[in-house]
Ligand binder design. Structure first.
Ligand code: SF4
Length: 358
């Protein structure tokens, strides 16, 4: 099996080209072909000599993973399915009542979702196959964990989608907990935001996490990209009942950590709050959430819950959601209600499970 060049830095490429007996500047040529021109094969790198390309190809390939299926929603959202990339056994011992229905599963497959919006095209990227965080309201979490995506497989999502050349933004909000796959995600972010890579501004990228603390601290220090924290409930005991990782990384500690960083400039932090009727949608919750976030430069995104099997809650009515939003606003918290996108093709928040609705 050939080794993949995708995801390598110019420094690493220099070592590779030196081993192939090629001049050092070939490394920048390869980076340009892969990250700017997005070619799929070494043979297309025509400013490298034919003999040089042949020597490289003996051991290496670019290594873009192409998508295997595509579905388009009535609202224009497009969901891409990538073939099984990870085949690790599920690390989760899920209770029977917590399992994904048989016909829902395609273990190891990964999805990316392109969300068009006026002049924007945002790619919702996956960082793992499945997830081991076990959030009870999320189909990906129900699926268990099949493995970490390599940096090459994360970057493949950017290159393989049909909209590759007109993507404006990316959110690490697809399958998986990105900070549980820190090194590969940060490598992909480095390629995306470096001048020798895709050349994106960090402002175009948002990473969403439930708050895996040690990695979160490194992300805050080492990256300039935006941050979204999956909060979902201001009361630790309630949050624990739907998000098992609250036990290890409590929401109060997460917010205290985030408070230590400056979000008054270009970098932004938002808090994701999925609404469950009768669980976290009361005025008491809105006030507790406001107290938790008081004084922070941040935004709360309210997300409509999309019903999944074997989870007891529904989405609250629009009236309740608006009442919650108005209470937060009255408490001085900037709040938006996120529009649901791609629900008809199971592409909305919490619905990614490697299954295409027929
Ligand atoms: Fe994992 Fe995110 Fe789903 Fe939680 S919500 S199980 S962290 S993918």
């Amino acid at each position: 099996m050939k080794k993949r060049l995708l995801g390598k830095t110019p420094e690493e490429l220099k070592t590779i080209v030196a081993e192939a007996g090629l001049p050092g500047y070939t490394a920048s040529q390869i980076a340009r072909w892969m990250y700017v021109r997005k070619v799929r094969s070494i043979d297309m790198m025509t400013d490298i000599s034919k003999a040089g390309r042949e020597r490289l190809s003996a051991e290496y390939e670019v290594g873009v993973t192409e998508y295997s299926s595509l579905q388009t929603s009535s609202d224009g959202t497009r969901k891409y399915l990538f073939p099984v990339l990870c085949t690790g056994k599920s690390a989760l011992a899920l209770a029977d009542d917590c399992k994904v229905p048989e016909d829902f599963m395609e273990p190891g497959a990964v999805e990316a979702v392109m969300i068009p919006d006026e002049d924007r095209a945002t790619l919702c990227v996956s960082s793992q196959s499945g997830c081991r965080m076990g959030c009870r309201f999320c189909m990906t979490g129900r699926q268990g964990f099949h493995g970490h995506l390599s940096a090459a497989d994360i970057l493949s999502q950017f290159i393989a989608v049909d909209e590759s050349d007109r993507l404006t933004n990316a959110v690490f909000m697809g399958m998986g907990e990105p900070l549980d796959n820190f090194e590969n995600v940060m490598r992909a972010v480095e390629v995306l935001t470096s001048e020798w890579g895709f050349g994106w501004s960090p402002k175009r990228i948002t990473l969403s996490t439930i708050g895996v603390m040690p990695a979160l601290e490194r992300y805050l220090k080492e990256s300039r990209c935006h941050l979204a924290i999956s909060l979902h409930d201001p009361f630790p005991d309630e949050r624990l009942s739907i998000m098992p990782m609250e036990k290890a990384y409590g929401i109060k500690d997460i917010v205290s950590l985030v408070r230590q960083y400056d979000f008054s400039g270009q970098r932004r932090v938002s808090f994701e709050y999925t609404m469950f009727a009768g669980f976290n949608d009361s005025i008491r919750h809105a006030d507790a959430l406001s107290r938790l976030l008081r004084g922070m430069e941040c935004r709360v995104n309210l997300i409509r819950f999309h019903k999944i099997p074997d989870f007891p809650y529904e989405c609250p009515s629009d009236v309740i959601i608006r009442r919650f939003q108005e209470r937060l606003a009255a408490n001085g918290i900037l709040t938006t209600v996120r529009a649901s996108r791609g629900e008809d093709i199971l592409a909305a928040c919490g619905m990614l499970a490697g299954k295409f609705r027929k």
